[in-house]
Design a protein. Structure first.
Ligand code: 6R9
Length: 635
């Protein structure tokens, strides 16, 4: 029996038991058999959640790109590693073999080296979903530089914050990007961001949309000529197991984004192991995850996990609606996709378009369907199951986080019976716990509580870049000796988990985590605004949308409210990005506050949900009178 590739339910339970009884042995066997190491570890695991400090495979030496690329060259060098499907279907797909991937990554690593990038330096990558993005990520890993990919939909301010937070020396970008019928001026956004970033001394620019852009002398370099001149071999830099591999920013409930730091060895082992099991990937399969590499899903399940298994992974540049709403299904047919992984928000948007855009396509290649990013509602689950999977492809509802590095709770297809809206069972090695308000673990089934994890797993983030205290406060302080996820969950009668949503001030909109604080900060920058509060409310397509309550400085403000709304959303777009725009903006006389001055979001949330009959006790508020006014004017 191989504990690397689970094939039926009894095997799952058996492997799971082993993984919990002897976690070190379990992960050692997997690390030993399925990866190449320059030197094996001295110790499998040491950990202390009170510090918190976690180390996996300490003493081992490796380079993840030797596992994702080099070791495949002899066995599957001509196999397609990446299928690049461009925004415009008329452009035609590109098939990049493992040999070509090797050459491109080596050349790119040489370019980085020539520009002075060394092991440990931070490189910010701000690119659309084009092959250069994958090469850039892997080239950083090959040279030992820490990549920080910033989703190329973030604004210049958001980009600048992320560049400065990790002191990136270099930015890799493109002249622009295609998104459906639109183009976006990425280089312009980078230029604006760099006005506030002194540490960046070079910018590499890939050519994608062939727009006229300004290149700053001495700082900006076109990428392609450098790649053309670069040597196509580059000896991978040997890394320690616990060296940082990358930083990826995620929203927090307060203030600045958190730069989650992932390590080389543990991340590699876990992303590869979970990819193999959750998607039941077989050698000839074509796998497609529709996420952007700017998010953790793209890191773990477009790049590292699939490539570490020698898989063929599709990289799609475009959007589901261009040139029409059949685009996803057209790609599935075209590349005979076997595993398809997307977000509930995309499923809901596509379901709305009716079956006319699905039916023309042959989806018979599909074997496994996945979802990630937010809870999937029952209706969307059934639509996906009936119309895309034709009731024969199991849906893996995968729960995990940027912080966890890999999928934590998910069915294993063909082993775990699925249940709509349930992420079902923990993967081997994962020990979830539900906690009550007093800090006690809730045992038994048919219970709900706050979701924690009580034992380390290899791909957990090791720290927040530059702020270990915040890492401790956010994840390890709510419950003693537990990693706290920020999510609520319930466990049904057979032990299946259902994630019920965030229990903190993070709102998930279209699968993107948005912290309320940075959005409120952006709104409050508007000269007419006194203060604001954001809550989520249910939205048919996005899952949640944002409802903003805004108090103006001059309550009798005579300016047109619609103009103010536009200006506020414009500010949010500039500071964070269009994903954080408010669906509804209500101008209020005041915000309900506790006597200590804390905004009572609970009440605002209920009003936004139109559940005003049950607001609870508002008499203890500092200003109970504003509540009725807010209810009367609710949108
Ligand atoms: C991978 C990713 C993490 C948050 C997480 C939770 C929500 C993710 C989910 C899910 C219900 C699922 N989430 N997957 N909720 N069911 N299958 O999305 O990472 O962007 O960091 O978001 O997303 O609330 O805590 P990230």
């Amino acid at each position: 029996m191989s504990n690397y590739h689970i094939k039926h339910l009894e095997e799952y339970y058996q492997v799971y038991r082993q993984s919990v009884q002897k976690p070190e042995l379990f992960w050692e066997e997997i690390a030993e058999e399925h990866f190449v190491w320059r030197k094996k570890w001295d110790r499998i695991l040491s950990w202390d959640f009170s510090k918190p400090e976690v180390k996996w495979f300490e003493g081992a030496k490796l380079n993840i790109t030797e596992n994702c690329i080099d070791r495949h060259l002899h066995v599957r060098g001509d196999k397609t590693a990446i299928i690049f499907e461009p925004n415009n279907p008329d452009e035609g797909a590109q098939h990049i073999s493992y040999k070509e991937l090797h050459q491109n990554v080596c050349k790119f690593a040489n370019v980085l080296y020539d520009k002075g990038i060394k092991k440990g330096d931070r490189v910010c990558i701000y690119l659309p979903m084009i092959p250069e993005l994958a090469y850039a990520v892997l080239a950083c890993a090959r040279i030992g530089a820490v990549h920080s990919v910033v989703f190329a939909g973030f604004s210049s301010t958001a980009l600048a914050t992320r560049i400065n937070d990790c002191d990136a020396k270099m930015v890799i970008t493109s002249d622009g990007s295609f998104r459906g019928a639109k183009t976006i001026d990425l280089k312009g956004i980078v230029d604006e961001a760099l006005e506030d970033c002194n540490g960046v001394d070079s910018v590499l620019v890939a050519k994608r949309i062939h727009s006229d852009i300004v290149m700053k002398d001495g700082r900006d370099h076109w990428l392609q000529p450098l790649l053309d001149d670069a040597y196509n071999e580059f000896t991978a830099v040997i890394m320690d197991a616990e060296d940082p591999l990358f930083i990826l920013y995620t929203s927090g409930s307060t203030g600045k984004p958190k730069g989650m730091v992932h390590s080389c060895a543990g991340y590699m082992v876990y992303s590869a192991y979970t990819f193999k099991n959750v998607f039941q990937y077989k050698e000839e399969d074509v796998y497609w995850c529709t996420a952007d590499i700017g998010w953790i899903t793209g890191h773990s399940y477009i790049v590292y996990g699939p490539l570490a298994n020698g898989a063929t992974t599709v990289m799609f540049e475009g959007v589901p609606s261009y040139p029409d709403f059949g685009r996803f299904w057209q790609i599935v047919e075209k590349h005979k996709v076997n595993q398809f992984y997307t977000a509930p928000t995309a499923i809901r948007a596509l379901a709305k378009e009716g079956l006319e855009v699905v039916e023309p396509y042959d989806l018979s290649s599909l074997k496994v369907l996945g979802t990630v990013g937010e809870p999937i509602n029952e209706e969307a689950w059934h639509w996906y199951n009936d119309n895309i999977g034709k009731k024969k492809s199991p849906i893996v509802d995968t729960w995990w986080q940027t912080e966890t590095g890999g999928i934590m709770i998910s069915p294993i297809p063909f082993s775990t019976p699925t249940k709509p809206t349930y992420a079902t069972l923990p993967l081997p090695g994962i020990q979830p716990a539900l906690m009550d308000g007093e800090g006690n673990e809730i045992s038994g089934n048919q219970v709900s509580g706050r979701l924690c994890i009580k034992f380390p797993w290899p791909s957990m983030a090791r720290t927040i870049w530059g702020n270990h205290q915040r890492y401790k406060d956010t994840y390890f302080s709510a419950f003693k000796n537990m990693y706290f996820t920020g999510d609520g969950a319930l466990r049904d009668e057979v032990g299946y988990y259902r994630i019920t949503g965030r229990v903190d001030d993070v709102i998930i909109v279209s699968g993107h985590n948005l912290g309320t604080a940075p959005i409120e900060d952006a709104i409050n920058e508007h000269p007419a605004v006194a203060e604001s509060a954001i809550v989520g409310f249910p939205h048919d397509i996005k899952g949640n949308a944002l409802y903003g309550y805004v108090t103006l400085k001059d309550v009798g403000e005579s300016r047109n409210h619609d103009n103010l709304r536009k200006e506020i959303n414009q500010l949010i777009t500039e500071r964070i990005g269009p994903i954080a725009k408010l669906e509804k903006i209500q101008f209020t006389l005041g915000l309900p506050k506790t006597r200590s001055g804390k905004i009572m979001r609970r009440i605002l949330r209920k009003i936004a949900h139109n559940e005003v009959s049950n607001l609870g006790d508002t008499s203890t508020l500092l200003n109970p009178e504003v509540v009725q006014n807010i209810i009367d004017n609710a949108l």
